[in-house]
Design a protein around this ligand. Structure first.
Ligand code: IPE
Ligand code: IPE
Ligand code: MG
Length: 246
């Protein structure tokens, strides 16, 4: 991990963004409610915000942006809200395919894809296919994602490998990480949650072990590049010790 000491004293590195930023896209429903609109209107604006923030991240040199868009718990919501979210996700992925081809962007869906509607599954396969062709900025979209679900699945896959002959003592933290949806992706240095709630809601439980958390009351549809800059500036003020002493 890069030493950020110099960042606190200014210099060329002062505004360098973290390599990997994770965001919990929260507050769409309240944004709509405050305007007397249906919650689904908030999701539509929220998906535009994602487009803007992803472009901004790419432009400032972030390598990975991981967003929480639909959790394993979000199926509890009213059927029409879930249906609208799925429709918006399909629309988004469909349009994103063109952008990926044009700007050479990689996009990966993290989560239990088999539990998504067939139309979305087909789009995920297509984005995987395109991503394999490019190197560079990668957007990860967590869909039907739960941190506990991810850990249980990883443990089951590992147990299956042991049954097939893999030595149990071979497994260390790095090897276990390879069983997660996020295999091959470095941990996020910065995790942002807009929307005013101060909790993790089952997001990236393993990967956030040493992430810096940034919470803001700004609702996701109102989130701007300036808000992201604020979070990055705050990140640079943090003293990351990883359990050690500085
Ligand atoms: C986040 O916004 C989007 C999803 C979880 C799908 P919410 O829909 O949770 O918005 P609030 O928290 O109710 O305002
Ligand atoms: C977290 O937001 C999940 C996503 C943003 C996809 P929620 O709105 O579902 O979380 P809670 O209910 O406030 O914990
Ligand atoms: Mg919410």
């Amino acid at each position: 991990m890069a030493d950020t000491t110099d960042n606190k004293t200014g210099g060329a590195e002062a505004y360098a963004p973290p390599r990997h930023i994770a965001i919990i896209l929260d507050g769409n429903g309240r944004w709509a409610k405050r305007r007397g609109l249906p919650r689904t209107a908030g999701h539509a604006v929220g998906s535009e915000t994602f487009r803007k923030i992803a472009t901004y991240c790419k432009n400032i040199g972030v390598e990975y942006l991981t967003v929480y868009a639909f959790s394993t718990e979000n199926w509890k919501r009213p059927e029409d809200e879930v249906r609208t979210i799925m429709r918006l996700l399909s629309k988004y992925l469909h349009e994103a395919i063109d952008t990926m081809e044009r700007d050479h962007i990689k996009m990966k869906v993290l989560g239990n894809v088999a539990g998504l509607p067939e139309e979305l599954q087909a789009l995920v396969r297509k984005t995987d296919e395109i991503s394999a062709r490019y190197e560079g900025f990668q957007a990860n979209i967590c869909l039907n994602y739960g941190g506990r679900d991810e850990l249980v699945r990883a443990a089951m896959r590992y147990a299956a490998d042991v049954k097939d002959g893999r030595a149990p003592e071979e497994i260390g933290e790095a090897e276990f990480g390879n069983y997660l949806y996020s295999a091959g992706i470095p941990d996020p240095e910065l995790l942002i949650r807009p929307g005013g709630e101060v909790r993790i809601s089952n997001f990236l439980l393993w990967q956030c072990a040493y992430s810096e958390f940034y919470f803001t009351d700004v609702l996701w549809p109102d989130f701007t590049p300036e808000e992201l800059d604020k979070a990055i500036a705050e990140y640079h003020r943090r003293d990351r010790r990883y359990g050690g002493v500085k």
